[in-house]
Design a protein around this ligand. Structure first.
Ligand code: NAD
Ligand code: DAU
Length: 337
């Protein structure tokens, strides 16, 4: 019976992953390890209170003692989601990104070696590949070319994982996914920020010309991919996941306005993100071929369900929006909405 240390399990993707794994695998035990930064929220796990196969441990991945303490709970496998995850924040202050994403990964890798885990999964991002022109897709062979402090810290972590796999034979795999959306995403990211603003009849800040392209994937499709990489991924391999759903930010904004019945006057064009990557798009055929995975959620259905979730969870949104993190763009560029 595997006991999986899931780091970052109180965040957006981590909490969806914990819920997904508990629901689909009656044999798994989860040690959910999270520092509860501004992005971690126990309310994301409320429905799991008292679950017999879920233990929450508050701790910091940069602390060797915290990590070793959690590993001593019989951990057999590690799936590493914990990270500083927001590009705008990394432009404002890269320190926490280097600490958590690079140093935290090194501490976790050392613990994974010491406790001789069966599998270590590094949850990474397509942003490590940099930016695409109008055509082409990121494959697992695309050279790393990170452009933001966030993506540079994630690429640094990926290189450490590959070095530990090569040097020490750590059974590690890396997953690289495109932009996720779905329930429990913090409204600092495009979709939940725009949905919650529009529901309150507030403006939505579109960076630059809004023609940057992202490849959207439902969070549950990402979770199924990480699970497949954990169960069937070959040590030393990288697997890309994407939704085959490319969309320019402005088109997505117009779609959200339409779905919510709001006027285009709520669009506010603001200064562009510094060093803004123009286009991401994923070739996920390797994961389909080797892991038997494929994205299942159609964007229209997933987006409608996500909007419904934010409408139904106003109490969750209210607590979240009281936090100070939304001011990061303002600190960088001034008022925006
Ligand atoms: P998130 O910001 O919502 O959650 C991150 C979680 O990590 C939070 O619960 C936070 O408390 C925890 N954390 C942060 N620093 C920590 C530390 N030092 N020690 C322990 N816990 C800490 O992030 P997310 O969007 O859920 O992303 C999860 C992972 O997936 C990240 O590694 C991210 O790079 C990767 N990823 C995200 C996306 C996306 O679209 N959101 C896409 C591809 C990959
Ligand atoms: O591609 C995977 C990455 O996707 C993950 O690794 C990151 O953790 C995750 O945050 C996400 O990064 P992005 O920077 O692409 O996501 P974000 O939601 O911040 O922005 C999506 C696009 O929308 C991007 O082109 C910037 C733009 N944007 C964003 C915000 C928050 C706006 O135009 N206005 C906004 O207010």
């Amino acid at each position: 019976m595997p006991t999986v240390l899931i780091t970052g399990g109180a965040g957006f993707i981590g909490s969806n992953f914990v819920r997904h794994l508990l629901a689909t695998d009656p044999a798994v035990q989860i040690v959910n390890f999270d520092a509860l930064t501004y992005a971690g929220n126990l309310a994301n796990l409320r429905d799991l209170d008292g679950h017999p196969r879920h233990t929450f441990v508050r701790g910091d991945v940069t602390s060797r003692d915290d990590v070793r303490g959690a590993m001593q709970r019989g951990v057999t496998d590690v799936i590493h989601f914990a990270a500083e995850s927001h590009v705008d924040r990394s432009i404002h202050d890269s320190g926490p990104f280097v600490r958590t994403n690079v140093l935290g990964t090194q501490v976790l890798l050392d613990a994974a070696r010491e406790f001789q885990v069966s599998k270590y999964v590094q949850v990474s991002t397509d942003e490590v590949y940099g930016s695409l022109g109008a055509t082409g897709l990121f494959t697992e062979e695309t050279p790393l070319h990170p452009n933001s402090p966030y993506s540079a810290s994630k690429a640094g972590a990926d290189l450490l994982v590959q070095a530990y796999q090569h040097t020490f034979g750590l059974p590690a795999v890396i997953t690289r996914c495109s932009n996720n959306y779905g329930p429990y995403q913090l409204p600092e990211k495009l979709i939940p920020l725009f949905v919650t603003n529009l529901l309150a009849d507030q403006q939505v800040p579109v960076y630059g010309d809004g023609q940057q392209v992202r490849d959207w994937i439902h969070v549950l499709d990402h979770c199924r991919g990480v699970e497949a990489a954990w169960r069937r991924g070959a040590p030393g391999e990288v697997y890309n996941f994407g939704g085959r759903c490319e969309m320019a930010n402005l088109d997505l904004t117009l779609l959200l306005l339409k779905l919510l019945g709001k006027p285009e006057t709520l669009i506010k064009y603001v200064a562009d993100r510094l060093g803004h990557d123009r286009r991401y798009a994923i070739d996920c055929t390797k994961a389909e071929r080797e892991l038997g995975w494929a994205p299942q959620v159609k964007f229209d259905a997933g987006l409608a369900e996500t909007i419904g979730w934010y409408k139904a969870n106003t109490a969750w949104v209210a607590t979240i929006k009281n936090k100070d993190y939304l001011s990061y763009y303002e600190k960088q560029y001034g008022k925006r909405g």
